[in-house]
Ligand binder design. Structure first.
Ligand code: MLT
Ligand code: MN
Ligand code: ZN
Length: 272
């Protein structure tokens, strides 16, 4: 199995276009950037699935050699998109995939209902198939899903459903190696602990370093917990129960100055 981090930032990316905070200012000055959270995964190196589709998807795809088209004129190795939320920073990129000759999207019922307007827009450009999650994917991958959160996107207030936020576990059926994606994790429950047991790699929620980070950095109210994100300070010690698993953090908010060996970067290929 191959896992490629296409983008490692939360909504807005870093630097965010209209943000002059210390973290964004330093990134701008030093010419560093993180694009918004999206991951690509493949069991055989030729059939690929995107986990989410960020607003930065075009830039992310053209800078990933594994995802280049060919040999057919419009042939792409991307077989589908697995959505873990309906948030705009995970779904706006679907509209940029309209050039596809066909598009398959896997999502929960709540997420599919929220994205029905997007599905209708896309359907005018290409045949689209929005499905519930199955288990088998092309290239020898299987996928398991766990509902980890019920927070609706702001634009979806009032819509029905409970399965708004998922963690995914992708397993290579031949080697048994597996990768867990959980970049929007409100709490590390016993159920989640069980879900990731024995995984080789886990990409965790790195949105905030501390629970009060957003307020400290911007003066805006709102703890990490109230936004559905377990801060790094709280998940760090939970990792100790899984000594054979490598953890990394993705979906970094532009208020989060975190750097270090366990922080994902754009373009990182995880060793699995
Ligand atoms: C989140 O990750 O919690 C959302 O993307 C926040 C937002 O952009 O509204
Ligand atoms: Mn987000
Ligand atoms: Zn900023």
């Amino acid at each position: 199995m191959k896992v490629r981090i296409l983008g490692s930032a939360a909504g807005g990316g870093c630097p965010q276009w209209n943000c002059a905070c210390a973290v964004c200012a330093a990134a701008r000055r030093e010419g560093r950037q993180r694009t918004q959270d999206t991951v690509a995964v493949s069991g055989d190196g030729s059939a690929w699935y995107l986990i989410n589709a960020s607003p930065d998807i075009r830039t992310q795809l053209v800078s990933a050699p594994d995802l280049a088209p060919g040999p057919g004129l419009r042939q792409t190795p991307i077989r589908g998109v697995l959505l873990t939320t309906a948030e705009l920073d995970h779904t706006v990129g679907l509209l940029s995939l309209r050039e596809a000759t066909a598009l398959t999207v896997y999502a929960t019922a709540a997420v599919r209902i929220a994205l029905e307007p997007v599905r209708q827009m896309l359907a005018a450009y290409t045949p689209v198939d929005f499905q519930s999650f199955g288990t088998g994917l092309a290239g020898g991958l299987t996928v398991q899903r766990l509902t980890v959160g019920t927070k609706r996107p702001r634009y979806a207030a009032g819509l029905p459903g409970g399965d708004w936020v998922s963690a995914l576990r992708l397993t290579d059926a031949r080697t048994g190696s597996s990768f867990v994606y959980a970049t929007c994790l409100p709490a590390w429950t016993e159920e989640f602990d069980e879900f990731l047991r024995g995984a080789d790699e886990v990409l965790l929620d790195g949105t905030f370093g501390t629970d009060d980070e957003l307020t400290r950095a911007t003066g805006r109210p709102g703890s990490a917990a109230s936004m559905g994100h377990l801060p790094i300070e709280a998940s760090r010690h939970r990792r100790a129960r899984h000594p054979g698993t490598r953890f990394r953090y993705g979906h970094l908010n532009n208020t989060n100055p975190a750097v270090g060996p366990d922080i994902a970067t754009d373009g990182l290929v995880l060793p699995l």
